[in-house]
Design a protein. Structure first.
Length: 146
């Protein structure tokens, strides 16, 4: 996903602030596509410096981000962790519901019944069972349309 879309989501939904701080620090290394092509693999020490946290705090909040589903962590022995932007499952379900609703065909507007007016006085015509009408004011009779 695009880093910018991902960032908009966690700016709004990630709690607490420490979580946003590490996500923000990560996003700096992600390139535009959430780490798909850019190798997003900053060291914990660097994430700590960027987020203004101790290294072990940054590490803890990275773990929280992974648990919550804000990131995927690629782990290869002997290499630094690689991070990918993801959307928490609960949020994804919510978003899909919103999208599904938005793409639902809109119900056809019901044809508004135009109230017929008496040609003599302009008052309301009362429709009779045989589809003829009688003016409620002057009792002018309008034959049923053929
Ligand atoms: Zn009338």
């Amino acid at each position: 996903m695009r880093t910018v879309d991902w960032r908009m989501l966690w700016e709004e939904h990630a709690e607490p602030g420490e979580l946003r701080r590490v996500l923000c620090a990560l996003s700096v290394s992600m390139g535009g596509d959430g780490g798909q092509t850019t190798n997003c693999a900053p060291s914990m020490a660097r994430l700590g410096r960027r987020s203004g946290m101790r290294r072990d705090s940054a590490s803890k909040w990275i773990g929280v981000a992974e648990t919550f589903g804000w990131i995927n962590v690629g782990r290869i022995t002997g290499m630094r962790n690689r991070y990918y932007a993801t959307v928490p499952k609960s949020l994804k379900v919510q978003m899909e519901q919103v999208e599904a609703k938005a793409s639902e065909p809109k119900p056809k507007p019901t044809r508004k019944f135009r109230q017929a007016k008496c040609p003599e006085c302009g008052a309301k015509l009362l429709r009779q069972p045989d589809r003829s009408s009688i003016c409620e004011s002057c009792a002018h009779y309008v034959a049923a349309p053929s």
